[in-house]
Design a protein around this ligand. Structure first.
Ligand code: SF4
Length: 536
């Protein structure tokens, strides 16, 4: 025992007197780095001299950090103050995979910038010679694996995420040198992937997913705008003010408040959300239902298309074989119905997630990385023996959206901000709420189902291998779907009032855990599986 202690002391020399941190470096960071190096020394057996350890700690403390803090000026931060104002049309988005924040968001951003440029005065446009996009932070660190440059270029070419032909993006991948004509006013010029620049990954950005779009006049920008892609396909820009909306009929900022509205007015969660959709968006119930039907049908289509691919190899350096159709076909022979059910729901999630990895159209529920979770449940409910009608699925989508809204409002939906708990964890919680709502559960049971699913994803890191949304993301969607089912089964069978943890507490924990998580585990591909898996 004594020997062991001495060994550790040798590995962990005291910081020598007088080798305090240099004045330019924050002392706390210096001490933390010093402690971390010491801990690593114990695990790896590497011995440090006190001076070398202090020097290394100073170097690491001084290194610029990936921008994981959020500017208080961002609307996504300010909006967490009042009641939830998000509506389904903002929340469920159809667009190309693999990532809502790194693909759909950037494509919506450059499409927006293209539209703004079109509206510039003719004399300003006459000076234009080209367009450039600079990607920063996590967009720069992992954008290559997410196809960010193709999505950003497609937006500049006037393509919208919901209607772009995925084959157009596939062709961009196949022919990276290709140039494209773009017309702005009277000017024509050519653009290529070289106009999308992977700029600094580290720095003090307002959001980890920051990008700048520039209209160039020779070598100088004549018009530029800084944008942010905070997840779920949402975007905003420097100086953004949100569009005017109506007041929610049932204002809430927490699950406790939402449930109180439902219980006081004898309404289901879906009915409360529908009432708010009407008052906030100003749309009719028919319009909202038509949108929900479009989303449910798109979810069915993404699973069906995914299952139709037989053992193809997904794009990227991992050379990952798809397996959804294999799992689906083999599961048909499973002897026990319970085994078959778990395998089939997993196959559906794998199918939609593999579609995401192919860069095909997916639905953010809440993000691209997690786009296999909810479609698996929708497919399982509608296309199985249950044949759940569309009307019930609409209610489920509304209840699921409520959970997603709350997580967005009080935590985050972005893996770059909160790790994978914010993507797959939230998707699983939304899906558990969907299933409980479809089963006609009370507001309390829906809350319990969502809470349970989210609780058992807390702490999950985001470490996509090689920056591609494949490993661990695809299988993670299957686990998220199965956990959603487990959560709904526990919640609908337990005594609801005895459920000990409320959803608001778990969402607060999600937010705090996300803040505490090292940036290395937040979609930077610097740690975890991304660092340890050797690609041959
Ligand atoms: S690990 Fe999770 S959060 Fe990260 S990219 Fe994959 S699905 Fe998204």
């Amino acid at each position: 025992m004594t020997e062991k202690k001495n060994e550790n002391i040798e590995l962990l020399p005291e910081i020598p007197q007088g080798t305090a941190n240099p004045s330019s470096i924050d002392r706390r960071s210096f001490l933390i780095r010093n402690a971390v190096i010491g801990a690593a020394a114990v695990m790896t057996g590497r011995a440090w001299t006190p001076e070398a350890r202090a020097e290394q700690a100073a170097k690491e403390a001084a290194a610029p950090k990936l921008g994981a803090t959020l500017s208080p000026d961002l609307d996504v931060v300010k909006r967490s103050k009042g009641p939830v104002m998000t509506v389904v049309e903002e929340f469920y988005k159809v667009g190309p995979g693999p990532s809502s924040s790194h693909t759909i968001g950037p494509m919506r951003i450059t499409y927006d910038f293209y539209q703004r440029c079109m509206k510039l005065p003719a004399d300003q446009l006459a000076k234009a010679t080209g367009l450039k996009v600079h990607l920063f932070g996590s967009l720069s660190a992992t954008g290559k694996g997410h196809g960010t440059e193709r999505a950003a270029l497609a937006g500049l070419l006037g393509k919208e995420p919901a209607t772009v032909d995925p084959l157009f993006l596939d062709e961009m991948r196949a022919k990276p040198e290709q140039t494209y004509e773009v017309k702005l006013g009277e000017k024509n010029f050519t653009l290529s992937l070289a106009d999308i620049i992977y700029d600094s990954a580290k720095g003090d950005f307002p959001h980890p997913n920051t990008m700048t779009c520039k209209l160039m006049g020779d070598s100088k920008p004549i018009y530029e705008l800084e944008y942010y892609s905070p997840g779920g396909g949402f975007y905003e820009w420097k100086g953004y003010t949100p569009p005017k909306k109506g007041d929610p009929k049932y204002p809430y900022a927490t699950m406790k408040e939402l449930r109180a509205h439902a219980e006081k007015n004898n309404l289901s969660i879906a009915e409360v959300i529908m009432a708010n959709e009407l008052s906030v968006s100003g749309k009719s119930e028919e319009q909202i239902n038509a949108f929900l039907d479009k989303i449910a049908n798109a979810m069915l289509a993404t699973v069906k298309t995914g299952l139709s691919f037989k053992d193809d190899v997904l794009p990227g350096p991992i050379k990952l074989h798809s397996k959804a159709s294999t799992v689906w076909e083999r599961a048909q022979d499973d002897k026990y119905e319970s085994d078959r059910a778990i395998a089939l729901i997993s196959a559906c999630a794998l199918a939609a997630s593999e579609e995401n990895a192919r860069g095909h159209l997916v639905i953010t529920a809440p993000t691209g990385g997690s786009a296999g979770v909810m479609p698996a449940l929708v497919y399982g409910l509608m296309e199985s023996k249950r044949k759940v009608p569309m009307e019930k699925i609409r209610q489920g989508l509304l209840a699921g959206a409520a959970i997603g809204y709350l997580c967005k409002h009080n935590a985050t939906l972005s893996g770059a901000e909160g790790g994978c708990q914010s993507e797959i964890g939230v998707a699983s919680a939304m899906s558990a709420a969907l299933l409980a709502q479809v089963m006609g559960a009370s507001a309390l049971v829906i809350e319990n189902a969502a809470e349970s699913a989210l609780e058992h994803h807390l702490g999950m890191t985001c470490d996509p291998v090689a920056g591609y949304v494949q490993v661990p993301c695809i299988e993670r969607c299957a686990f998220g779907a199965v956990k959603a089912w487990v959560a709904a089964m526990i919640a609908t069978n337990e005594i609801g009032s005895r459920h000990r943890v409320d959803l608001d507490t778990t969402i607060t924990t999600l937010a705090q855990t996300g803040k505490d998580m090292s940036t290395r585990y937040k979609e930077t591909s610097e740690a975890g599986l991304a660092a340890n898996l050797v690609l041959c």
